[in-house]
Write a protein that binds this ligand. Structure first.
Ligand SMILES: Cc1ncc(COP(=O)(O)O)c(C=O)c1O
Length: 412
């Protein structure tokens, strides 16, 4: 079928999520296709930040740790995130960054399999996960071997020597989805522990952590969950491991009774043991605003729209950009794709800068990847159409060849 803007308009009128766009601030004249990196700002985030800073902090000062629920925000917001991920109350906590949380859960998971010495990871994963694992292994005296494999070699690598299989569900570059249920089952069949990085899953697709019997997971709130730049990450620890799987950053927030100020550390018997120290109340409060919007819909609806938008984008690239040098690097089967599409092009960096200059905001991952994220809560089918229209324009009028688009920024 030849696609048209009218058809996209029709799809927008039929979209069950269309009213959710009103909950976000989106600059006029721009199409924001980078919600997979930094989500858009919820309208209410500003008022909430104002309330926390002016009233809770300004007027009530230290009393707000109790009165405004600051102390419990890691758990209360964690439980809300858990609802989006198929976790039970008390299995998810909001805290720290993904990297720090990965350090914690990987340490805890290794502690559950003390007789085993192998960790399986994906070599092409977002580097921080692999850096953190290498750092931990070094810290442990190099007594572990990390097998870095790619998707096709995973099944062969998972054997009875393996302590932990630590993977990212949606690949940061291509958006490819790993089958969490079957890989977790394979992992547990050999007696190993599974850890899932849900950075590009939370708020983008239906995740069922308990349905998959996952052991541990980590993820962030600043991407699809729209929690704000640098907003806290989360940890999932299955109820069956709590009190047994202990993380080594034994700060006072993870103590069984922080305000007993005991001389020795006693681990909290529940998800709170995944905490280390004082968390930013302002950041947690703003993150909650982003998460709350998801609680007004269902992840099934979000995933369906994500697939519709990314399918539409790929179809339009096929129909309108053939011969322009683009390759689609993301899976074409929507069930195997997150909410992003990667295109590769020899001149990818300059093309992305030219797109940004014309108001289509995506990002670039060296050496050749143009990444486009499709946040289902605030993007329309017509945005997808218009973005591809602008891409066609800059390719045909040669705008991307302007020398200024070659200049590399620190953040790409
Ligand atoms: C898969 C994955 N893990 C981790 C991170 C970043 O982790 P952190 O919150 O520690 O910066 C990213 C960032 O985009 C990511 O894509």
């Amino acid at each position: 079928m030849t696609l048209s803007r009218e058809h996209c308009l029709q799809l927008d009128t039929e979209d069950s999520l269309q009213t959710l766009r009103e909950h976000f601030v989106l600059p006029a004249g721009e199409i924001y296709l980078d919600g997979n990196s930094l989500g858009a700002r919820p309208v209410k985030a500003l008022a909430r930040a104002h309330e926390v800073v002016e009233q809770e902090w300004g007027n009530r000062l230290i009393r707000s740790w109790n009165e405004a629920g600051w102390w419990n925000l890691p758990v209360t917001v964690g439980d809300k995130i858990g609802q989006l991920l198929g976790a039970k109350p008390g299995e998810v906590i909001l805290t720290d960054s993904i990297g720090v949380n990965l350090f914690k859960v990987l340490s805890a998971a290794l502690g559950l399999r003390p007789e085993r010495r192998v960790i399986v990871m994906e070599g092409s994963n977002f580097p921080t996960d692999n850096y953190i694992a290498c750092g931990l292994v070094e810290q442990l005296g190099g007594a572990y071997e990390i097998k870095f494999v790619e998707e096709e070699q995973l099944a062969a690598a998972i054997n009875e020597d393996v302590a932990v299989v630590c993977l990212t569900q949606v690949h940061y570059r291509t958006g490819r989805v790993l089958d969490m249920a079957s890989i977790t089952a394979l992992t547990q069949a050999v007696g190993a522990i599974s850890i899932w990085d849900l950075s590009h899953s939370a708020g983008a697709l239906e995740v069922d952590l308990n349905g998959c019997n996952a052991d541990f997971a980590v993820g962030c709130t600043y991407k699809y969950l729209n929690g704000g730049p640098g907003s806290p990450a989360f940890v999932f620890c299955a109820a069956r491991h709590q009190g047994k799987a202990l993380q080594p950053l034994t700060g006072w927030w993870g103590h069984a009774e922080p305000f007993a100020f005991e001389p020795d550390y006693r681990p909290a018997p529940d998800i709170r043991q995944m905490l280390c120290g004082t968390q930013s109340a302002i950041s947690m409060a703003i993150a909650e605003v982003g998460v709350d919007i998801f609680l007004t819909t269902s992840m099934a609806a979000v995933q369906a729209k994500s697939r519709a938008l990314t399918d539409l984008f790929i179809d339009l690239i096929d129909q309108r950009c053939s011969g322009l040098g683009f390759e689609v690097d993301s899976p074409r089967d929507a069930t195997k794709r997150g909410s992003q599409v990667a295109l590769s092009h020899e001149q990818g960096y300059a093309i992305m800068q030219a797109l940004i200059a014309r108001g289509v905001i995506g990002d670039f991952r060296a050496p050749h990847t143009l990444r486009f994220g499709f946040a289902p809560l605030y993007l329309r089918h017509t945005d997808v159409w218009d973005a591809v229209e602008i891409l066609v324009q800059i390719m045909t009028d040669g705008a991307w060849q302007n020398a200024s688009f070659e200049k590399r920024n620190a953040v790409t």
